[in-house]
Design a binder for this molecule. Structure first.
Ligand SMILES: [Mg+2]
Length: 411
């Protein structure tokens, strides 16, 4: 019987554009501490409020880089399949290794989906590694700093998410007790008036209910916090336009993902119909897809998810394209402190950074996963330590690992 691995030989020649160091002639000595080879890649999954896929890249110099991939079925398996393509390579060649992985995985959907997610996890670990090898913080690899600290917005939830006053109370608590001046609430919450949620049409009473939530929250924290509202791709184009128009009188930071993601023309029409700022981008992959939203001006704010979209340099590229259209970047983020800090480094290095999301305030142990402090008073101060500047607390990783996972090897 033929095995799965024989059927899916990771060394099969899918592409003529071979970008290994040998075929590219990038094997020459560099001197100093820069002659380093990757020796292993390992993953382990932590059971956070999402299954965080932590990645470690090991080298023959004893230096280890830590990264994280956005969650998704098959991501650890894909990283395992990519391992032969990076072992023996110099981790300082981040761009070439990224492109090498895209090319080698091109038979397995490299340009979109979980393959890009898996590559993102390795790419972040390479930035941590390169920073440690060169003795510089990761933001330095991205062109240096625009700012010392990056603003964080807190994704908020309540037990009764459809109650405008409960949402306003939670907004007040998060501002006053947790110190954030930027928040997000879900707006795709049931009003009790829905007849049929499959058709995406909002009844007038549903729009009034959503406006009541927005009014209660924004009025309560007015002048103390910016507040965004997320619709999770729920509504028809017509309903989204009516909702966005209804919200124009309130202080809405942005309205996120009002329509489904497939149809760019509908997205563009909704965005251009309203002065309510529209944010989209977390479920697109690579600069190629985000570019379509940007150059059609189908967004007012672009929201790539760094450990999903292609990693740190890909997010920098997206920010650069967005900057050509004067569009700010609000990084979607549901990750552990590792990818959150990767997002913060990019946020420090790009001119048009608006904020980075924090989605785990109800978890209680998010920050325990690393030894350093990460978010303080609603901001992430960019560390000056080499690499990402966060160190996994292996006891915490072990305590929260998904059942059946194995803890990382020592360096
Ligand atoms: Mg969202």
């Amino acid at each position: 019987m033929v095995s799965y691995d024989e059927l899916h030989d990771p060394n099969a020649e899918y592409t003529m554009r071979e970008l290994s160091s040998e075929t590219m002639g990038a094997t020459g000595e560099r001197g100093g501490s820069r002659d380093v080879e990757i020796t292993d890649v390992q993953t382990t999954m932590v059971d956070g409020n999402f299954p965080w896929t932590l990645v470690r890249v090991y080298t023959d110099a004893g230096v280890v880089g830590t990264g994280e991939a956005y969650w998704g079925a098959g991501v650890p398996e894909l990283i395992e399949r990519m391992k032969p393509f990076v072992i023996g390579e110099n981790p300082l060649d981040i761009d070439r290794l990224f492109e090498h992985l895209v090319q080698k995985m091109s038979g397995e959907g490299s340009v979109e989906g979980v393959t890009v997610t898996a590559i993102s996890g390795i790419e972040i670990a390479l930035h941590d590694l390169a920073g440690k090898i060169l003795g510089v913080p990761a933001y330095q690899l991205l062109g240096g700093k625009y700012r010392d600290k990056v603003r964080v917005y807190c994704d908020c939830h309540t037990a009764n998410e459809a109650d405008p006053q409960a949402c306003a109370d939670e907004a007040e608590r998060v501002v006053e007790e947790l110190g954030y001046d930027a928040l997000k609430f879900d707006l795709d919450v049931p009003s009790g008036l829905e007849k049929d949620r499959a058709n995406r049409h909002l009844r007038p009473g549903e729009i009034r209910h959503k406006a009541e939530i927005v009014e209660a929250v924004t009025e309560r924290v007015k002048d103390r916090a910016d507040v965004a509202f997320d619709c999770h791709w729920t509504f028809s184009g017509g309903s989204a336009k009516r909702l966005a128009a209804e919200l124009e009188e309130y202080d809405v930071w942005w309205l996120e993902d009002p329509v489904p993601p497939e149809n760019l023309e509908v997205q563009e029409e909704v965005t251009k119909s309203t002065i309510t700022p529209i944010t989209v981008g977390e479920n697109r992959y690579r600069v190629t897809e985000e570019r379509r939203l940007i150059q059609n001006q189908a967004v007012d704010i672009i929201a790539p998810d760094l450990p999903k979209v292609g990693g740190m340099r890909e997010t920098r590229k997206i920010a650069d394209v967005a900057n050509q259209y004067y569009i700010p970047v609000a990084m979607h983020n549901v990750s552990s402190p590792v990818a959150t800090m990767a997002s913060a480094h990019v946020g420090a290095a790009i001119p048009n950074s608006l904020a980075v999301e924090y989605h785990s305030y109800e978890l209680g142990w998010w920050e325990d996963l690393v030894e350093e402090d990460v978010i303080e008073d609603g901001y992430i101060e960019i560390p000056e330590q080499p690499g990402l500047g966060v160190t996994l607390d292996m006891d915490a990783v072990e305590e929260h690992m998904v059942d059946g996972e194995t803890l990382f090897d020592e360096a």
